[in-house]
Design a protein around this ligand. Structure first.
Ligand code: C2O
Length: 583
């Protein structure tokens, strides 16, 4: 094993290449490349809070790693207005009950309780783990991975590292089993907010370390399901071998390979169109529809915030689609992947979330800065939010969001695969847009909202001012039945009433959620869709109004939208204030 060289004497590898060869593998990483902190001092004292002093000021301006405290940041975002989310109290974990119907949700997914909790920081990185694309792994890798999962399945049931206990982590954090510590009966929920990426990053981190420990290979790295690349747009073949430990029988049988993943869930059956839809969705949720970091990461969620303040574009888009697409329609609640309480029981879950986590890394470090407005949330309520997990030694540990911001510092990276969606901007659509706006007799939005979304609706929304191109479409106070799969697409000046082709300029974005058991009434969500590029592509910046079409992709009722409006994109400094919860 290569030993760690301190970066003070050996320059860290320069920044991560944008389009490296797909076969590019780093086997002996030296330390994190972006921060020229002395790795030695960082690593010799992994509990040190004082790395700031060792950081060159230029590096603070160019990029920040997980070891830096919030106070060191020059924040352009609004200060905290409450307190960070605290980890749940394990012995208060309960069986979720639906308070509205009184129905016992009849799942007990509470972890074993231990007294001693230790504060955890990622240990020094001696060798970088490289998470491989699941479609490209070798037979040896598949063998090892199955051996690890098999051993996990054989651990005693009450071992917190056992297969079901690991699956139950997801259940407990996502289905109302925990209340927010110190907040009465307010549910703790790690989805549909800015906690989404950090929670799942830590979850996979310990899951991966447990697997590595079980096969005596500390370099073991989870695979990622590369569903954003056409070559990865089927369930990775290794997961469909019924004899494999990573197999799960509760999956939609119609969607086994060679079925092409449908990230848009439009029902379009032409595989080539579906691939094009998928790339458009990736471009939209990673680049086109986000005006600030909250639009991508999810809305603020602090102590006292009601659940589901608003999912980010990636969570509600590709992430939700993969869950629901794989979940088994023969099962009552779409088990396993199609419902939060059971999702962790399918090994494919962790592979799916590998790619979800990769999207966060891409957002932070690889997307060209002219395409990504801000890369980091600097709010202390975000950075200091905390969770608890059992580590690979079955020790209960407390972790914070600020320690997971940099995947390299956590000791893993992703195999480099090119990003075919990076420039997948839809072609201009100006002529059609013009016809729509002159011919539209659609009612004004103000006459329809609050709106129960039960079919396709079309209406006009006034722009903030003529000629102002930098605007956002805000859908506010969205209330959903949490137990159902719900999804709708948003189109602007589109002539089509049931578009199953998303690869066009008129496609503005998506709202969708994975079904879950909800103990209490869910809060209301807000999402925002940036319209700047859409206005350009359709040449409608100078209009007074736009025509919006909402196309539900689910059957039946379940979504109410409180209001819809267009606002001017706030200047950067006000981004967090605009995103602050309204309650
Ligand atoms: Cu915690 Cu993909 O969900």
């Amino acid at each position: 094993m290569a030993s760690l060289l301190p970066c003070t004497t050996t320059p860290c590898p320069s920044s991560r290449p944008l389009f490296p060869k797909p076969s590019h593998f780093i086997t002996n990483a030296k330390c994190t490349p972006r921060l020229h902190i002395s790795c030695q001092s960082q690593n010799n004292d992994s509990n040190s809070q004082n790395v700031e002093g060792k950081v060159d000021r230029r590096n603070v301006l160019f990029g920040l790693g997980a070891g830096l405290s919030a106070a060191n940041l020059v924040s352009t975002q609004a200060p905290a207005s409450a307190n960070p989310i605290q980890p749940p109290v394990l012995d208060k974990c309960g069986v979720a009950t639906n308070l509205n119907t009184g129905e016992q949700l009849d799942i007990n997914c509470c972890p074993p309780v231990t007294e001693r909790i230790i504060d955890y920081r990622p240990p020094p990185v001696f060798q970088m783990k490289i998470r491989p694309s699941a479609h490209r792994v070798s037979p040896e890798y598949i063998f090892k991975y199955n051996m690890a999962i098999d051993r996990m399945r054989r651990l005693p049931k009450d071992d917190p590292r056992s297969f079901m206990q690991q699956a139950n982590i997801h259940c407990a954090y996502c289905n109302g089993a925990y209340d927010q510590a110190g907040q009465g009966t307010l549910d703790l929920q790690v989805h549909n907010s800015w906690l989404f990426f950090p929670f799942h990053r830590w979850y996979l981190y310990f899951y991966e370390r447990i697997l590595g420990k079980l096969i005596g290979d500390p370099t073991f790295a989870l695979p990622f399901w590369n569903w954003d690349n056409p070559k990865g747009m089927t369930i990775p073949p290794m997961f469909v071998d019924p004899k494999a430990a990573i197999y799960d029988s509760k999956r939609n049988q119609a969607n086994l390979p060679p079925a092409v993943i449908d990230l848009g869930m439009t029902g379009n059956t032409d595989p080539l169109q579906v691939v094009s839809n998928n790339l458009t969705i990736m471009y939209s949720e990673m680049i086109r529809s986000n005006a600030d970091v909250f639009d991508f990461m999810g809305q603020p969620y602090r102590e006292g915030t009601a659940v589901n303040p608003g999912p980010g574009s990636s969570e509600r888009g590709s992430h939700t689609a993969v869950h629901v697409w794989v979940g088994d329609p023969r099962e009552k609640s779409g088990e396993n992947l199609g419902n939060f309480y059971s999702a962790g029981r399918d090994p494919l879950f962790y592979c799916h979330h590998g790619n979800v986590d990769r999207m966060w890394t891409l957002w932070q470090y690889y997307l060209p800065s002219n395409k990504v407005p801000e890369k980091r949330i600097t709010d202390p309520d975000f950075l200091n939010a905390a969770f608890v997990f059992y580590d690979e030694n079955a020790q209960l540990v407390r972790v914070t969001v600020k320690d997971c911001l940099d995947n390299l510092r956590m000791g893993y990276d992703y195999e480099r695969i090119d990003l075919p969606w990076l420039d997948y901007r839809p072609p201009p659509q100006t002529a059609k847009a013009r016809i729509i706006r002159t011919a539209s007799t659609a009612p004004l939005a103000s006459t329809l909202f609050p709106l129960k979304l039960e079919g396709v609706v079309r209406f006009q929304v006034p722009k903030t001012k003529k000629g102002k191109a930098d605007e956002l479409l805000v859908l506010e106070n969205i209330t959903v039945d949490a137990t159902k799969f719900l999804k709708f697409d948003v189109f602007v000046n589109d002539e089509d009433d049931n578009a199953s082709e998303l690869d066009k300029a008129a496609y503005a974005g998506t709202y969708a959620q994975v079904p879950h058991k909800a103990e209490k009434k869910t809060g209301t969500s807000t999402i925002r869709l940036k319209l700047t590029d859409l206005y350009d592509d359709m040449d409608i910046a100078d209009d007074d109004t736009i025509v919006v079409t909402l196309v539900p992709r689910h059957q039946g009722p379940g979504v109410t939208i409180g209001g819809i409006k267009i606002i001017e994109a706030p200047p950067k400094a006000d981004a967090a204030a605009a995103a602050a919860p309204s309650s």
